[in-house]
Design a protein around this ligand. Sequence first.
Ligand code: TXA
Ligand code: MG
Length: 308
Amino acid sequence: MPDLIRYIDLIKKGNVVAFPTETVYGLGADAWNPTAIQKIFTIKGRPSDNPLIVHVSEEEQVHEFSDHIPDSAHTLIEEFWPGPLSLVLPKKSKVLDAVTAGLDTVAIRMPDHDTAIEFISKTGPLVAPSANKSGRPSPTKSEHVKTDFGEDFPVIDGEATKIGLESTVLDLTGDQPEILRPGSISRKEIEDVLGFSVHESFFDHMERPKSPGQKYSHYKPKAEVRWLGAEEEPDDQDCLYLLLTSNYGSSANIINFNNDLDLLARQIYDRLRQADIEGFSTVVIENFQDMDHPIIPALLNRVQKAIG
Ligand code: TXA
Ligand code: MG
């Protein structure tokens, strides 16, 4: 566990600090300090209508932000927290507009990461978007945060994040729960725990998404991103190929994930960043939509946004 004292002090003085979670690195600020939260928007270049997720270290802290916690929330918290599931709940009136972007709901999650939990238990609840410049691939290593925000930026060091895609965002404020952003906790897992079906809205109303983050361009490297063609050979030296099947082996510009979609999810943002560092013009990804794996909707959502 890294020494957290300096970072706790920075948060208490109203600054932002990047920290690891199980999904991606977050850019944390005190959830009750509007000046600190404003710094997040400035540093990231984040549109002000995109709300933030509150990160807690104890279930009790949810009550600071919402006093309408449905039974379904208790059930899901019991099953999935700490973990990559953000719950959208009706907000208490005192929750800052800077957190919710003026919405009457607030998203909350408890990260499954010892350092993050230790940190938040000392600072109190933190809002934390992914610690990247808006539009760039999310950071899964501390060096990604430094690439975007500079060598001297305060980042709590940790390993590469173990999941690599952001949390599932689930809205519990409507008649039926609705997945606003797919993540590694799948619709089926949520339905199995709740015992009834949930909606998924992330592909149908992109024009006016309920999760404002879904409408922005995201996860984009400078390189073009596209799917591998059905008959295409991976033989262009200007392309970085991310393949799933083993027909072509591996080389400097061919990464073979050997049908391991969890590994592709864990590495996708790092590989998109690698393409820019190494000067590839294009990232070519083998299609995985016909495979059977619970991470597919989340991975597909990120790849489609990177393709743009
Ligand atoms: O895994 C994660 O969730 C990471 C780590 C750091 O915890 N955080 C993250 O934050 O991905 P961010 O800000 O990059 O994405 C937050 C998403 C956005 O799509 C935003 O629109 C949505 O959550 N969101 C936040 N509050 C919401 C609300 N009240 N209603 C609907 N969507 C909300
Ligand atoms: Mg983000």
